[in-house]
Design a protein around this ligand. Structure first.
Ligand SMILES: [Zn+2]
Length: 260
Protein backbone atom coordinates (compact mmCIF):
# COMPACT_ATOMS: atom_id res chain seq x y z
CA UNK A 1 0.00 0.00 0.00
CA UNK A 2 1.56 3.31 -1.09
CA UNK A 3 2.46 5.48 1.90
CA UNK A 4 4.31 8.79 2.04
CA UNK A 5 7.72 7.56 0.78
CA UNK A 6 6.14 5.64 -2.09
CA UNK A 7 4.03 8.65 -3.10
CA UNK A 8 7.16 10.82 -2.95
CA UNK A 9 8.66 8.35 -5.44
CA UNK A 10 5.59 8.73 -7.69
CA UNK A 11 5.85 12.53 -7.44
CA UNK A 12 9.46 12.40 -8.65
CA UNK A 13 8.49 9.97 -11.39
CA UNK A 14 5.65 12.24 -12.49
CA UNK A 15 8.05 15.21 -12.57
CA UNK A 16 10.54 13.25 -14.71
CA UNK A 17 7.99 11.94 -17.20
CA UNK A 18 5.06 14.33 -17.42
CA UNK A 19 6.11 17.93 -16.76
CA UNK A 20 6.17 20.61 -19.46
CA UNK A 21 4.74 18.45 -22.25
CA UNK A 22 1.50 19.46 -23.93
CA UNK A 23 -1.35 17.13 -22.99
CA UNK A 24 -3.08 16.13 -26.22
CA UNK A 25 -5.65 13.71 -24.81
CA UNK A 26 -6.84 12.09 -21.61
CA UNK A 27 -8.31 8.60 -21.91
CA UNK A 28 -10.37 7.21 -19.07
CA UNK A 29 -10.28 3.42 -19.18
CA UNK A 30 -12.28 2.94 -15.99
CA UNK A 31 -14.47 5.66 -14.52
CA UNK A 32 -14.54 4.05 -11.10
CA UNK A 33 -11.33 5.86 -10.10
CA UNK A 34 -12.76 9.25 -11.05
CA UNK A 35 -14.18 11.71 -8.53
CA UNK A 36 -14.89 14.13 -11.39
CA UNK A 37 -16.81 13.67 -14.67
CA UNK A 38 -14.53 12.36 -17.37
CA UNK A 39 -15.51 15.12 -19.81
CA UNK A 40 -14.61 17.69 -17.17
CA UNK A 41 -11.21 16.07 -16.57
CA UNK A 42 -10.43 15.95 -20.29
CA UNK A 43 -11.59 19.54 -20.84
CA UNK A 44 -9.52 20.89 -17.95
CA UNK A 45 -6.30 19.21 -19.11
CA UNK A 46 -6.41 19.04 -22.89
CA UNK A 47 -3.99 21.48 -24.56
CA UNK A 48 -2.31 22.35 -21.27
CA UNK A 49 0.96 21.31 -19.62
CA UNK A 50 1.64 20.06 -16.14
CA UNK A 51 3.94 22.74 -14.76
CA UNK A 52 4.52 21.71 -11.15
CA UNK A 53 4.13 18.73 -8.85
CA UNK A 54 3.39 18.82 -5.16
CA UNK A 55 3.01 16.01 -2.67
CA UNK A 56 1.17 16.30 0.63
CA UNK A 57 1.05 13.15 2.73
CA UNK A 58 -0.12 10.39 0.41
CA UNK A 59 -1.64 12.84 -2.10
CA UNK A 60 -0.05 13.98 -5.34
CA UNK A 61 -1.03 17.20 -7.12
CA UNK A 62 0.05 18.46 -10.54
CA UNK A 63 -0.70 21.98 -11.69
CA UNK A 64 -2.21 22.44 -15.15
CA UNK A 65 -3.41 25.98 -15.75
CA UNK A 66 -6.12 27.03 -13.31
CA UNK A 67 -6.70 23.54 -11.96
CA UNK A 68 -4.59 20.89 -10.33
CA UNK A 69 -4.85 17.20 -11.07
CA UNK A 70 -5.12 15.23 -7.82
CA UNK A 71 -4.03 11.59 -7.55
CA UNK A 72 -4.48 9.26 -4.60
CA UNK A 73 -3.05 5.79 -4.97
CA UNK A 74 -5.37 3.79 -2.72
CA UNK A 75 -4.00 0.29 -2.21
CA UNK A 76 -2.52 -0.59 -5.58
CA UNK A 77 -2.10 2.69 -7.47
CA UNK A 78 1.03 3.35 -9.51
CA UNK A 79 2.29 5.41 -12.45
CA UNK A 80 3.82 4.03 -15.64
CA UNK A 81 5.24 6.03 -18.54
CA UNK A 82 5.38 4.32 -21.90
CA UNK A 83 5.99 5.23 -25.53
CA UNK A 84 4.57 2.21 -27.27
CA UNK A 85 0.83 1.73 -26.97
CA UNK A 86 1.32 -2.02 -26.55
CA UNK A 87 3.24 -1.28 -23.32
CA UNK A 88 0.18 0.23 -21.64
CA UNK A 89 -0.20 -1.47 -18.26
CA UNK A 90 -3.03 -3.97 -17.90
CA UNK A 91 -4.72 -2.04 -15.10
CA UNK A 92 -4.33 1.44 -16.62
CA UNK A 93 -7.41 3.42 -15.50
CA UNK A 94 -6.52 6.87 -16.84
CA UNK A 95 -3.93 7.56 -19.54
CA UNK A 96 -2.46 10.99 -20.29
CA UNK A 97 -1.09 11.41 -23.82
CA UNK A 98 1.57 14.02 -24.52
CA UNK A 99 2.56 15.64 -27.80
CA UNK A 100 6.13 14.32 -27.51
CA UNK A 101 4.66 10.84 -28.05
CA UNK A 102 4.88 9.72 -24.42
CA UNK A 103 1.95 8.36 -22.39
CA UNK A 104 1.54 8.30 -18.64
CA UNK A 105 -0.80 5.69 -17.15
CA UNK A 106 -2.39 5.85 -13.72
CA UNK A 107 -2.76 2.16 -12.99
CA UNK A 108 -4.73 0.68 -10.13
CA UNK A 109 -5.68 -2.98 -10.03
CA UNK A 110 -7.98 -2.80 -7.00
CA UNK A 111 -9.62 0.56 -7.79
CA UNK A 112 -9.24 2.21 -4.39
CA UNK A 113 -7.33 5.07 -5.99
CA UNK A 114 -8.80 8.45 -6.92
CA UNK A 115 -8.24 10.81 -9.85
CA UNK A 116 -9.84 14.23 -9.75
CA UNK A 117 -9.35 17.98 -10.01
CA UNK A 118 -8.97 20.67 -7.38
CA UNK A 119 -8.47 24.45 -7.57
CA UNK A 120 -5.28 24.05 -5.47
CA UNK A 121 -3.57 21.63 -3.10
CA UNK A 122 -4.27 24.01 -0.20
CA UNK A 123 -8.01 23.96 -0.91
CA UNK A 124 -7.92 20.16 -1.08
CA UNK A 125 -5.95 19.90 2.19
CA UNK A 126 -8.40 22.19 3.95
CA UNK A 127 -11.55 20.55 2.59
CA UNK A 128 -10.31 17.08 3.46
CA UNK A 129 -8.94 18.14 6.84
CA UNK A 130 -5.44 16.82 6.32
CA UNK A 131 -2.78 17.48 8.93
CA UNK A 132 0.68 18.81 8.03
CA UNK A 133 3.08 16.75 5.97
CA UNK A 134 5.86 15.48 8.26
CA UNK A 135 8.60 16.31 5.73
CA UNK A 136 7.33 19.80 4.97
CA UNK A 137 9.70 22.62 5.94
CA UNK A 138 6.95 24.12 8.13
CA UNK A 139 6.69 20.92 10.17
CA UNK A 140 9.14 21.93 12.89
CA UNK A 141 9.69 20.37 16.28
CA UNK A 142 7.75 23.18 17.92
CA UNK A 143 4.82 22.59 15.53
CA UNK A 144 4.92 18.90 16.45
CA UNK A 145 4.99 19.80 20.16
CA UNK A 146 1.86 21.93 19.68
CA UNK A 147 0.09 19.02 17.97
CA UNK A 148 1.08 16.61 20.73
CA UNK A 149 -0.08 19.01 23.44
CA UNK A 150 -3.65 18.95 22.05
CA UNK A 151 -3.94 15.17 21.81
CA UNK A 152 -5.01 12.32 24.08
CA UNK A 153 -4.98 8.58 23.57
CA UNK A 154 -2.39 6.15 22.21
CA UNK A 155 0.64 7.61 20.50
CA UNK A 156 0.28 5.24 17.54
CA UNK A 157 -3.27 6.49 16.91
CA UNK A 158 -2.00 10.05 16.82
CA UNK A 159 0.71 9.20 14.28
CA UNK A 160 -1.80 7.44 12.03
CA UNK A 161 -4.59 10.02 12.12
CA UNK A 162 -4.45 11.82 8.77
CA UNK A 163 -6.07 14.94 10.24
CA UNK A 164 -3.18 15.18 12.72
CA UNK A 165 -0.22 14.21 10.49
CA UNK A 166 -0.75 13.43 6.81
CA UNK A 167 0.96 10.45 5.23
CA UNK A 168 1.99 8.19 8.10
CA UNK A 169 0.67 4.67 7.63
CA UNK A 170 0.84 1.54 9.72
CA UNK A 171 4.40 0.46 8.86
CA UNK A 172 5.90 3.89 9.36
CA UNK A 173 4.09 4.50 12.64
CA UNK A 174 5.40 1.19 14.01
CA UNK A 175 8.92 1.87 12.72
CA UNK A 176 8.97 5.39 14.18
CA UNK A 177 7.92 4.17 17.63
CA UNK A 178 10.35 1.26 17.49
CA UNK A 179 13.21 3.61 16.73
CA UNK A 180 12.08 6.04 19.43
CA UNK A 181 11.84 3.20 22.01
CA UNK A 182 8.20 4.12 22.76
CA UNK A 183 5.37 1.63 23.30
CA UNK A 184 2.62 2.11 20.67
CA UNK A 185 -0.08 2.38 23.38
CA UNK A 186 1.70 5.04 25.44
CA UNK A 187 -0.77 7.87 26.10
CA UNK A 188 0.30 10.98 24.24
CA UNK A 189 -0.24 13.21 27.27
CA UNK A 190 2.29 11.17 29.24
CA UNK A 191 5.17 11.57 26.81
CA UNK A 192 8.18 13.42 28.19
CA UNK A 193 9.62 16.22 26.10
CA UNK A 194 12.73 14.21 25.12
CA UNK A 195 10.39 11.43 23.92
CA UNK A 196 8.37 13.87 21.79
CA UNK A 197 11.65 15.00 20.27
CA UNK A 198 12.74 11.37 19.67
CA UNK A 199 9.47 10.62 17.84
CA UNK A 200 9.81 13.74 15.71
CA UNK A 201 13.40 12.94 14.77
CA UNK A 202 12.83 9.23 14.11
CA UNK A 203 9.72 9.85 12.02
CA UNK A 204 11.51 12.21 9.67
CA UNK A 205 14.68 10.11 9.55
CA UNK A 206 12.74 6.92 8.70
CA UNK A 207 10.68 8.62 5.96
CA UNK A 208 13.74 10.26 4.38
CA UNK A 209 15.79 7.09 4.63
CA UNK A 210 13.14 5.00 2.87
CA UNK A 211 12.68 7.65 0.15
CA UNK A 212 16.42 7.61 -0.58
CA UNK A 213 16.65 3.82 -0.51
CA UNK A 214 13.64 3.43 -2.80
CA UNK A 215 15.14 5.88 -5.28
CA UNK A 216 18.24 3.66 -5.42
CA UNK A 217 16.15 0.47 -5.58
CA UNK A 218 17.55 -0.70 -2.24
CA UNK A 219 16.16 -2.80 0.59
CA UNK A 220 15.09 -1.65 4.03
CA UNK A 221 17.93 -1.94 6.59
CA UNK A 222 18.03 -5.19 8.60
CA UNK A 223 18.09 -3.06 11.75
CA UNK A 224 14.55 -1.84 11.00
CA UNK A 225 11.54 -3.38 12.74
CA UNK A 226 9.86 -3.51 9.31
CA UNK A 227 12.20 -6.39 8.39
CA UNK A 228 11.14 -8.34 11.50
CA UNK A 229 7.35 -8.05 11.55
CA UNK A 230 6.62 -11.46 12.99
CA UNK A 231 5.43 -12.59 16.40
CA UNK A 232 8.35 -14.00 18.44
CA UNK A 233 11.14 -12.60 16.21
CA UNK A 234 14.30 -11.35 17.93
CA UNK A 235 14.63 -7.58 18.16
CA UNK A 236 17.67 -6.55 16.10
CA UNK A 237 18.37 -3.71 18.49
CA UNK A 238 18.25 -5.36 21.92
CA UNK A 239 17.62 -9.08 21.39
CA UNK A 240 14.15 -8.80 23.01
CA UNK A 241 11.00 -10.41 21.66
CA UNK A 242 8.86 -8.83 18.95
CA UNK A 243 5.17 -8.90 19.91
CA UNK A 244 2.09 -8.57 17.74
CA UNK A 245 -1.02 -6.73 18.89
CA UNK A 246 -3.78 -4.47 17.54
CA UNK A 247 -3.77 -0.69 18.04
CA UNK A 248 -6.08 1.76 16.23
CA UNK A 249 -7.63 -1.27 14.50
CA UNK A 250 -4.32 -2.16 12.85
CA UNK A 251 -1.87 -5.01 13.31
CA UNK A 252 0.97 -3.59 15.34
CA UNK A 253 4.45 -4.94 16.10
CA UNK A 254 6.76 -3.72 18.84
CA UNK A 255 9.66 -4.90 20.98
CA UNK A 256 8.55 -6.03 24.42
CA UNK A 257 11.91 -5.12 25.93
CA UNK A 258 13.04 -1.71 24.71
CA UNK A 259 9.75 0.01 23.81
CA UNK A 260 8.27 1.49 26.96
ZN1 LIG B 1 14.27 -4.32 21.41
Amino acid sequence: MPELPEVEGYARYFARHALRQRIVRVDVRDERVLAVRKEQLARALRGREFTRVRRHGKHLFAEAGKQWLHLHFGMTGDLASHRDKSDEPRFARVVFHFDNGAHLAFEDMRLFGVVDLTPSPDVYIEEHILGPDPLDASFTLSRFREIVAKRRGAVKSMLMSQDVIAGMGNLYADETLYQSSIHPRRPVDRLRDDEVRAIYTSMRRVLRDVITRREKGGEWPRSYLTMHREEGERCPRCGGTIVRTVVFGRTTYYCKSHQR
